[in-house]
Design a protein around this ligand. Structure first.
Ligand SMILES: [Cu+2]
Length: 352
């Protein structure tokens, strides 16, 4: 697993195994529906059929007329002097109007459905926090968190409260037919009932900066029995070695978009060489220039400095990054236990 990280840690959001290829529906146009929102598919195919029908009709008449009524000689008189045909004009205005009104009513009903959270879903409420460039999920009636992965019970309506701590993002799970913009400073909600056990894609569907394309998460829909095993809680009963491993995967979910571990400078400083191993095997922090309110100081990297860099990054900025840009992680997004795990992971990178 670490080998994978070392290959290209700066760019790739660590993914343990490749994402499953989505199954498609009978017409091969949409991901196979895995929620109760059938309406979306009905409306999509209706619109699609209408478009194809009129495309063929209009282009057909156009091509036919171009060929049949083309000018064959220079002095040929016009084929027709007709300028108006009121009945025909009424027909081609009223028929499209009716079709568009059907689409509107269908779509409006669907959008009301999607934004009116039923009581049962509101009792099974998740939170999805988006930030550049990762997702943090909290579980219904549970203090647990997971990153870039979320587990849900099959057949149980669920609500997601969406929030962003930086810029616009969008919550998009194609197989569930839900998509909702996430607006900083506002809570948005979506709900859906997953109907099939499986693994589904969750994308950020609003361009949100350099690593938008890696802002991807997975939705695991599992049985009640599997859910009760709390598959998201990697950190329960961890040994120190396992904690470093879990921290490595946290690193790739939360930090790798900006921090490399191979020396490459990214959006933020590399973690390589933050800690060094002395000849006696003792691990110590390196000397580092920081800016405190714009004043340069030299400090020794230690646990407290790392904690501070994550909780209030602007207190001491790495001197090469005078403009900051570190993502703040308050304790409700990354608790002390996990943060300490990440510090152990940083120390595990120390070389002689
Ligand atoms: Cu995005």
């Amino acid at each position: 697993m670490l080998a994978l990280l070392i290959q290209d840690p700066a760019k790739i959001n660590y993914i343990e195994k490749p994402a499953p290829r989505p199954e498609v529906d009978a017409f091969g146009q949409l991901e196979k529906l895995a929620s109760t929102f059938h309406d979306v598919d009905g409306l999509f195919y209706f619109t699609y059929a209408v478009c194809i029908f009129f495309f063929v009709l209009i282009t057909g008449v156009l091509v036919f007329s171009c060929v049949k009524y083309r000018r064959k000689t220079f002095d040929q008189p016009p084929a027709s002097n007709t300028t108006h045909n009121t009945p025909l004009e009424v027909v081609w205005t009223v028929i499209p109007l009716i079709i568009v009104m059907v689409m509107f009513a269908w779509g409006f009903a669907g959008s009301i459905d999607m934004t009116t959270v039923p009581y049962e879903a509101s009792r099974n409420a998740y939170k999805a926090s988006a930030k550049q460039w990762n997702w943090t999920f909290s579980y219904p009636n549970d203090a647990a968190k997971s990153y870039n992965e979320v587990w849900m019970r099959v057949g149980k309506p669920a609500q997601f409260t969406l929030e962003s701590s930086d810029v616009l993002h969008a919550f998009y799970v194609p197989a569930m037919r839900v998509k909702r913009d996430i607006i900083p400073g506002r809570f948005q909600t979506v709900w859906f009932t997953p109907t099939d056990i499986g693994e589904y894609h969750l994308f950020c569907a609003e361009y949100c900066g350099e690593n938008h394309s890696t802002m991807y998460a997975r939705v695991h829909v599992v049985s009640e029995a599997d859910y009760l095993k709390r598959p998201w809680d990697l950190w329960e009963d961890d040994t120190p070695e396992k904690a470093v491993k879990s921290a490595a995967s946290l690193y790739s979910s939360l930090c790798s978009t900006c921090h490399s571990i191979n020396g490459a400078v990214g959006v933020g400083p590399t973690w390589k060489g933050l800690f060094v191993k002395g000849p006696d095997g003792k691990i110590t922090g390196k000397q580092r220039d920081v800016l405190v309110k714009g004043e340069k100081q030299t400090i020794t990297v230690d646990d407290a400095y790392i904690m501070e860099s994550v909780r209030s990054p602007d207190a001491k900025r790495a001197a090469e990054f005078p403009n900051g840009g570190m993502a703040v992680f308050p304790p409700d997004q990354l608790d002390d236990r996990r943060l300490k795990g990440i510090i152990e992971f940083m120390k595990s990178l120390a070389e002689k």
